[in-house]
Design a protein around this ligand. Structure first.
Ligand code: FDA
Length: 400
């Protein structure tokens, strides 16, 4: 027997997922006059906002462009990103007296704790009459004649619109599920295979032991493959390689591929070594390299044979210097894999944008069904882009 929702359990929009996208949608739809209920199985809302940006939430990036996003359809994000810009979010923060600063590369962080963003999202949701039910699990989603029926541990709810905002698969320990993909498939949508992105690389054998031996050492590099290149910091870890440059290139990495690391990024290393040789012909190459790279990394590169043992620079020819710089600029490593869902900052892939309107995020197959935020096959670079997508896609769905 079909259970129908009580009148007080009937809304204009039901949102599944009280994360960045779901809460922002709730407030924007509420402003537009919709009665909204946001449901989440977690006990607390927007936990990823809380832990993001080291507790200060890198909530947007002022350089946001469609090119900063990965999707099977690189054009899909354009419309939503154009309609809700980083400045629009800053205007929102100003209304709530939330101060912020730019850290680097256009990345904007709260001056205070990221909880301030969550408080803002909640006060806007409640201020526009929106309701929130936490610790509520959803067992069934069904289509009705005039909308959707959602059966939950807190009863049956109905609404004309169903907005899937339950995120991707990264960090299952925090309650991530593939529920949005299940609902998408249920209604005939395609899924682009989800994969961990913005995730550290792991290595095996000699490389794992080598990198672990200098765990904690960082240097500026360019990490590249055939599809992308990022000049940022790299960090050696107990399991392999991490740091922004590695996280960024991981989103473009395919299993089995090598990654090329320029260990001398941003340096004119041939000129620097040539000048050092002229000034200190009796010093070793290792000493010269220590002016360019961290000492522990130089020691490891010597041990691995990536830097030759040259006791006196006077004995090193100019072409040998050029060869060395060429080698260290194109240092090739082959990850055994990634740390996977356990530590991936985001999920690449997701609900195929081919089935969605780029203007409204509404399903082309089932009117009234929407997908927003990370569950959609739009994945941002590291640096505030993923939250900007959450805000922009939510805004498009609420105001479309
Ligand atoms: P999000 O994952 O935020 O929310 C989904 C919600 O749905 C959750 O509350 C979850 O409990 C709920 N849910 C899941 N399954 C459900 C189910 N079956 N039933 C009911 N509810 C369900 N990005 C950025 O731009 N700047 C940054 O600084 C960072 N930092 C960062 C750090 C770390 C450690 C991580 C893991 C991620 C980031 N990110 C980030 C990425 C960013 O957090 C992410 O892209 C957004 O939170 C996505 O927002 P959504 O609302 O789409 O999903």
């Amino acid at each position: 027997m079909t259970r129908h929702a009580k009148p007080e359990n009937t809304f204009d929009a039901l949102v599944i997922g009280a994360g960045a996208a779901g809460l922002f949608y709730g407030a924007r739809a509420g402003e537009a006059g919709l009665r909204v209920l946001v449901i989440d199985h977690a006990a607390k809302p927007a936990e990823k906002v809380r832990i993001s940006g080291g507790g200060r939430c890198n909530f947007t990036n002022i350089h946001t462009r469609p090119e900063n996003f990965i999707s099977a359809n690189p054009h899909f994000a354009k419309s939503a990103l154009a309609r809700f810009s980083p400045q629009d979010f800053l205007d929102q923060l100003a209304r709530h007296n939330i101060s912020w600063h730019e850290k680097t590369l256009g990345q904007l962080f709260c001056d205070g704790r990221s909880g301030m963003i969550i408080d803002m999202l909640l006060s806007e949701l409640h201020g526009t009459g929106g309701q929130l039910r936490l610790a509520t699990s959803v067992s069934e989603v069904a289509k009705t004649d005039d909308g959707f029926r959602v059966t939950t541990s807190a009863g049956v709810f109905e609404a004309a619109r169903l907005v899937m905002a339950s995120g991707g698969l990264s960090i299952p320990k925090m309650g991530a599920t593939g529920f949005a993909y299940d609902v998408a498939r249920q209604f005939g949508h395609q899924i682009i295979e989800p994969r961990p992105a913005l995730v550290p690389f792991v290595f095996e054998g000699r490389e794992k032991a080598d990198f672990a031996s200098i765990s904690g050492v960082a240097c500026d590099v360019t990490a590249r493959n055939e599809r992308a290149a990022f000049e940022e910091a790299m960090l050696f870890t107990h399991r392999g390689l991490s740091g922004p440059a590695i996280l960024q290139i991981s989103s473009y990495w395919e299993a089995g591929e090598a990654v090329t690391i320029n260990l001398l990024a941003g340096l004119d290393a041939v000129a620097a070594l040539t000048a050092f040789k002229a000034g200190h012909p009796r010093k070793s190459l290792a000493t010269a390299m220590e002016t360019l790279l961290p000492n522990r990394l130089v020691a490891l590169l010597l041990e691995r044979g990536d830097i030759p043992a040259v006791p006196r620079l006077a004995d090193m020819s100019h072409s040998a210097i050029e060869d060395l710089v060429g080698h260290l600029s194109g240092w090739s490593v082959k990850p055994a894999g990634t740390e996977g869902w356990r530590t991936a900052e985001v999920t690449a892939g997701g609900v195929d944008t081919g089935g969605l309107s780029s203007k409204t995020m509404e399903s082309r197959l089932v009117p009234g069904l929407y997908f927003i935020g990370e569950c959609v096959d739009v994945t941002g670079w590291l640096g505030g882009y993923n939250f900007q997508w959450a805000w922009a896609s939510a805004y498009a769905a609420a105001r479309g």
